[in-house]
Design a protein around this ligand. Structure first.
Ligand code: TXA
Ligand code: MG
Length: 597
C-alpha cells in the first residue's frame, strides 16, 4: 500500500502534558491520526465513526484495508453505542477483564463504518487499563479505532520512539507514555457465540477466560487458502529483518513466572541473581543448561560463516554466562539484549519487540531467542516469536522501518560524547582519504549512536585520515577521487592531504593503517598507542573475519595501493574498501563502546 508523508514533522507530547493531550484529542476528532500508549503496545488511533480518518490509518501503516481495527474506549458506557448485542459471554468477559489487555469481538452497530471492520459485521472492543490511554480516550470522547502503531510487517511498538521511527511525517502526533507494561498485544476473544473463542493469545490466558465463562476454544492455526476469522492471522507480523531462531529451554527448567501478574514487571535493576558465586551447584547447573544451546549454536554458526553477526535475546544470566566465557571471537560477533531473569517470561514478553528492533539496528543477520515451554503467557510469547521466526526470504513489504529516518537525534539525549576513527596510509592521497570518505558516509547512514553503558548519552562519531609521509594541503590523486565517486557515490574532492602527528593520534580512539608495516612503524615510535592501532588486516584477523577460499586457504584483507594503475584497478580498490569498511563497521562501534539507536 502506498505511503505518503503528510507532515514535515510529527508532534511528540508527554502523557503528563494535559493541554497537549487535549489538543491531540481535538485533532483526532478533526480527523487526524494520533499515536498513543496502552498497557499492551502503542496504538495508531483515529475517530472510529469517521471513515476518512480511518482510511488514513491504513495509509500511515501501509497495511491492507481488509484487516479489521479494534475500537478503543475510555468507559464501559460507550460499549452500548458501538455494538448491537452484548452476549452473556461478552458480559462476563467485560465484567472480569475490562479495563485490561483483552479485545472482545461483538456484533457491531451502525455507528461503526465498514472501513473499521473491513466489512465484517463484528467489531473488537478494547478498554485499555493504563492512565495515559484512559485520559486520552476520555478527552477524545469518541470510540478510537486503532491497530498497533508499527509499520505493517515490523514488530509492534512498545515505546514512543518506536512509533516515531515508523511514523514520523505520516501522522499528526504521538503521546509519549513511556514503556508499555505488557509489551504484547491484547488477547482477542470472539464473544459472538455461546463459547468464547480465542483468536489471538495474549496476557489474558485461556485458563483465565475459561474460569470466567466456563468454557473456551482456541482458534485453529490457519491452513492454506482458508478464510481467516481474525483476518490479521493471514498477515506476517512481528518480523525483524534478521532470521530468528528459538533456543528451547531444557525440559526441567521451571517457568517461575508463567501466569502474568499485573505487578510482575519490576523495573528495579536488581542484579543479585548474576552473582554466580552465591548460587548453589544445582542453580549453577540450571543456568548452564539454559545457556548451553546458545553457546553451542553460536559456535556452530561462526564455524560455517566466520563473518556472521549474531543477536542474542536472552535473560541476564545467559548473557552474563556468554560474557564470562571470555571468548574474544564470540564477543566480537554477538550483540546481546538481556530482558531480565532468564526464566521470567513476563519480562521476556515485555521487551520482545524492543529487543528485536534493537538487535536489527545492530546489523545482526540472525537472532537466537530464548524459548519458553509453559502454558499461559508463554504461549502468547511463543506465538509472537514463532511468527518472527517463521519468516523466510525477503523482508516483507512495508517493513522498511530501518530505512525510514530514525527519530532519535542527538538533541534528545541528556549529553553527548564524541568518538573518532583515523585512517592512515603513506601519502594520504588514495587509500586513507577514500576510507575517510566511505566511512563518513557509513556514519551518516547508520547514525544516530549512543553509549552502550549509558543509553541516555548520545555519541557523535567522526572519521579522518592522514599520511605518515604526506605533504600538507595537496590535492588527492584525481583518479581515486573519481573512483570513489563512481563506485561509492561519495564525494571526496574537497579533501586535502595531511601529515600524521602525535596530537592526531591522541585525538582518535581507533587508528587503522592500510598495511601491517604502517601500524608497526607507528607503534615503534609511540608504544603507548598499543591496543589502539591496527592494520585493516590485523583488525579483521583479530575478529575472526577471515575467509576460506576454495582451496581451503585462509584469506584476509589486503588492498594494494592502486597508484599508477588503470581506471579499473582504482574502481576495484574503491569498491573493495567499501566492502571491508561495511564489514568492520559494527565491530568498530562495539570497540568504541557505542551502538546504533
Ligand atoms: O493490544 C492490542 O490489541 C493493540 C493495542 C493498540 O490496543 N492493538 C492491536 O491491533 O494489536 P492490531 O490491529 O495490530 O491487531 C488486532 C487484531 C488483528 O489480528 C485483527 O484481525 C483482530 O484483532 N480483529 C480486529 N477486529 C476483529 C473482528 N471484528 N473480528 C475478528 N478479528 C478482529
Ligand atoms: Mg499489529
Amino acid at each position: 500500500m502506498e505511503r505518503t508523508k503528510r507532515y514535515s514533522k510529527t508532534y511528540l507530547i508527554s502523557a503528563g502534558d494535559d493541554k497537549g493531550v487535549e489538543d491531540l484529542a481535538k485533532r483526532l476528532r478533526d480527523g487526524e491520526v494520533i499515536g498513543f500508549p496502552t498497557e499492551t503496545v502503542y496504538g495508531l488511533g483515529a475517530d472510529a465513526t469517521n471513515k476518512d480518518a480511518v482510511v488514513r490509518i491504513f495509509e500511515a501503516k501501509g497495511r491492507p484495508s481488509d484487516n479489521p481495527l479494534i475500537c478503543h474506549i475510555a468507559d464501559k458506557e460507550q460499549i452500548g453505542d458501538i455494538v448491537k448485542d452484548i452476549t452473556p459471554v461478552a458480559h462476563k468477559l467485560i465484567d472480569a477483564f475490562m479495563p485490561g489487555p483483552i479485545t472482545v469481538i461483538m456484533k457491531k452497530s451502525d455507528v461503526i463504518p465498514d472501513e473499521v471492520t473491513a466489512g465484517l459485521d463484528t467489531v473488537g472492543v478494547r478498554m485499555p487499563s493504563n492512565q495515559a490511554a484512559h485520559d486520552f480516550l476520555k478527552a477524545c470522547g469518541v470510540p478510537v479505532a486503532a491497530p498497533s502503531a508499527n509499520l505493517s510487517g515490523s514488530p509492534s511498538p512498545t515505546r514512543a520512539e518506536h512509533v516515531m521511527n515508523d511514523m514520523d511525517g505520516y501522522i499528526y502526533g504521538i503521546i509519549d507514555g513511556g514503556e508499555c507494561l505488557f509489551g504484547l498485544e491484547s488477547t482477542v476473544v470472539d464473544a459472538t457465540g455461546d463459547i468464547p473463542v480465542i483468536l489471538r493469545p495474549g496476557a489474558i490466558t485461556p485458563n483465565a477466560v475459561k474460569e470466567v465463562c466456563g468454557d473456551v476454544k482456541l482458534a485453529d492455526v490457519l491452513k492454506d487458502g482458508e478464510i481467516p476469522k481474525a483476518p490479521g492471522m493471514k498477515y506476517r507480523h512481528y518480523a525483524p529483518k534478521a532470521t530468528v531462531e528459538i533456543m528451547n529451554l531444557p525440559a526441567k527448567a521451571v517457568i517461575i513466572n508463567d501466569e502474568l501478574q499485573d505487578d510482575s514487571y519490576d523495573a528495579s535493576d536488581d542484579k543479585s541473581h548474576l552473582d554466580f558465586k552465591k548460587l548453589d551447584d544445582d542453580a549453577k547447573q540450571d543456568l548452564v543448561d539454559i545457556a548451553a544451546p546458545f553457546v553451542f549454536r553460536i559456535r556452530e554458526i561462526l564455524k560455517d560463516s566466520p563473518a556472521a553477526r549474531i543477536g542474542i535475546y536472552a535473560g541476564d544470566e545467559v548473557c552474563a554466562l556468554i560474557d564470562k566465557l571470555g571468548d574474544k571471537i564470540i564477543s566480537a560477533h554477538t550483540e546481546t539484549y538481556a530482558y531480565g531473569r532468564s526464566l521470567d517470561v513476563a519480562r521476556a514478553s515485555h521487551f520482545l519487540f524492543d529487543g528485536m528492533r534493537h538487535l536489527d539496528l545492530q546489523d545482526v543477520g540472525i537472532i537466537l531467542a530464548q524459548g519458553f515451554g509453559g502454558s499461559g503467557l508463554s504461549k502468547a510469547y511463543m506465538n509472537r516469536l514463532g511468527k518472527a521466526s517463521g519468516r523466510t526470504g525477503d523482508v516483507p513489504e512495508g517493513a522498511a522501518y530501518e530505512e525510514a529516518s530514525r527519530y532519535a537525534d542527538l538533541e534528545s539525549f541528556e549529553g553527548t560524547y564524541t568518538a573518532s576513527v583515523l585512517f592512515v596510509c603513506d601519502d594520504n592521497k588514495r587509500l586513507s582519504p577514500a576510507c575517510e570518505g566511505i566511512f563518513t558516509d557509513l556514519i551518516r547512514r547508520k547514525a544516530p549512536f549512543r553509549l552502550r553503558d549509558d543509553r541516555k548519552v548520545g555519541c557523535e562519531l567522526y572519521a579522518e585520515s592522514a599520511g605518515i609521509r604526506a605533504y600538507q594541503d595537496e590535492q588527492l590523486d584525481q583518479d581515486m577521487t573519481d573512483a570513489v565517486m563512481e563506485s561509492c557515490g561519495v564525494n571526496i574532492s574537497s579533501y586535502r592531504t595531511r601529515r600524521t602527528e602525535p596530537s592526531v593520534y591522541d585525538a582518535n580512539d581507533l587508528i587503522f593503517t592500510m598495511r601491517d608495516e604502517q601500524a608497526y612503524e607507528i607503534l615503534k615510535s609511540f608504544p603507548e598507542l598499543e591496543g589502539k592501532v591496527f592494520s585493516l588486516s590485523s583488525y579483521c584477523a583479530d575478529k575472526g573475519l577471515v575467509f576460506k577460499s576454495e582451496d581451503g586457504r585462509v584469506a584476509s584483507i589486503s588492498i594494494p595501493d592502486p597508484r599508477g594503475e588503470n581506471k579499473a584497478t582504482y574502481l576495484h580498490t574503491a569498491s573493495a574498501l567499501k566492502a571491508w569498511l561495511e564489514l568492520i563497521f559494527p565491530y568498530v562501534l562495539k570497540d568504541l563502546g557505542i551502538e546504533r539507536c
